[in-house]
Design a protein around this ligand. Structure first.
Ligand SMILES: CC(C)=CCC/C(C)=C/CC/C(C)=C/CC/C(C)=C/[C@@H]1[C@@H](COP(=O)(O)OP(=O)(O)O)[C@]1(C)CC/C=C(\C)CC/C=C(\C)CCC=C(C)C
Ligand SMILES: Nc1ncnc2c1ncn2[C@@H]1O[C@H](COP(=O)(O)OP(=O)(O)OP(=O)(O)O)[C@@H](O)[C@H]1O
Ligand SMILES: [Mn+2]
Length: 310
């Protein structure tokens, strides 16, 4: 079993600035998209998002990282206790120093963090989802929760703006469900991009009843068969992921002004992966869909404009 540090021990940890710098470096190393998003935010918010990112990354690594085979349900129990210590103001490891500070500055609830651990537990115990309902619960837990963790940092500002091209109607007070929708959209996209990689680990996230609906079998998936059945199935999956992105868009105008551009940018960059899958003619087995740097750059002025006018 993977042993975590004893959270009841007192130990010497890094300074607050060093802890945030560590979180910055880890975010930059692991995610170009989210790091870019944070670089468009004011300093205080950006540092908080790095701290949250790193906690999420560490949680994900427990079941997805190089030492994942050592992770058991007890490891996740310990991780949850470490989380509680952090919420009580007691950092256990260096990056926790930044998270404790972030939790003091922003009104963030512990429940989404617990729910994310529950999502990682699902990865530990199951490698198939029968229906989309089951998959949606998984997606809420591992990714929708990120929306709930980060919205209190980004802040809400619902001052209505009326424009002749108003696409989304009145500004809502509470963008919680849109924040969750963005996490789910990202996770569905991630799943479609990584179908081949997950299959090589014996995992299938696409709901089995939907594979059956398109006459595509588990065996086809493990053999990386790309034919019209697969392409139709992928078109269906992509269309659904896009619906979640569209729901999320409605919520961005309820966020603080200084968070709208970063979130539009992150949304456009991540949903761009779906366009790349289409460009690769749905062959996620042989080609990894990624948004090339120049296309990421062209998204930015459009995201800037959307943040200003939508
Ligand atoms: C710019 C910004 C606000 C970013 C948020 C950054 C953040 C804290 C991300 C956490 C990501 C993370 C490590 C989660 C652990 C579980 C996991 C791996 C989920 C997948 C992320 C993809 O990461 P990546 O591509 O690096 O994965 P791999 O390379 O395959 O390992 C997820 C797909 C989920 C990410 C979910 C979000 C970022 C939620 C987004 C929602 C908001 C920012 C709320 C916006 C508010 C409204 C009202 C729309
Ligand atoms: N164009 C590419 N071709 C092959 N491998 C890549 C490519 N881009 C990234 N990788 C590798 O795959 C890993 C994850 O790639 P990914 O596209 O998720 O980039 P990322 O830095 O995590 O950014 P993002 O936030 O957009 O997911 C990278 O750390 C890198 O090692
Ligand atoms: Mn990535």
């Amino acid at each position: 079993m993977l042993k975590l540090p004893d959270y009841s021990c007192v130990r010497t940890l890094v300074s607050l600035d060093d802890a945030y710098e560590l979180c910055r470096q880890i975010t930059a190393k692991y995610s170009k998209t989210f790091y870019l998003g944070t670089m468009l935010m004011p300093e205080a918010k950006r540092r908080a998002i790095w701290a949250i990112y790193v906690w999420c990354r560490r949680t994900d690594e427990l079941v997805d990282g190089p030492r994942a085979s050592l992770t058991t349900s007890e490891t996740l129990d310990e991780w949850e206790k470490q989380l509680e210590a952090v919420f009580d103001g007691h950092p256990v490891e260096d990056p926790d120093v930044a998270l404790v500070d972030t939790l003091e500055r922003f009104p963030i609830d512990i429940q989404p963090f617990r729910d994310m651990i529950a999502g990682q537990r699902m990865d530990l115990h199951r490698s198939r989802y029968e229906t989309f309902e089951q998959l949606e619960l998984y997606c809420y837990r591992v990714a929708g929760t990120v929306g709930l963790m980060t919205t209190p940092v980004m802040g809400i500002d619902t001052v209505p703006r009326t424009t002749p091209w108003d696409l989304y109607g009145t500004v809502q007070d509470d963008p919680t469900s849109e924040a969750v929708a963005l996490g789910i959209a990202n996770q569905l996209t991630n799943i479609l991009r990584d179908v081949g990689e997950d299959a090589s680990r014996g995992r299938i996230y696409i709901p089995l009843d939907e594979l059956a609906l398109f006459g595509y079998t588990e065996e086809d998936l493990f053999n990386g068969v790309v034919d019209e059945r697969w392409r139709e199935l992928m078109r269906f999956q992509i269309q659904r992921a896009r619906k979640f992105f569209v729901s999320a868009e409605r919520g961005i105008r309820s966020l603080s002004r200084d968070a709208r551009f970063p979130v539009w940018a992150a949304l456009m960059l991540y949903s761009g992966i779906l366009d790349e899958i289409e460009r690769n003619n749905y062959d996620v087995f042989r080609y990894r869909a990624y948004v090339p740097g120049f296309r990421k750059l062209t998204c930015l002025p459009i995201a800037r404009l959307r943040a200003a006018v939508l």
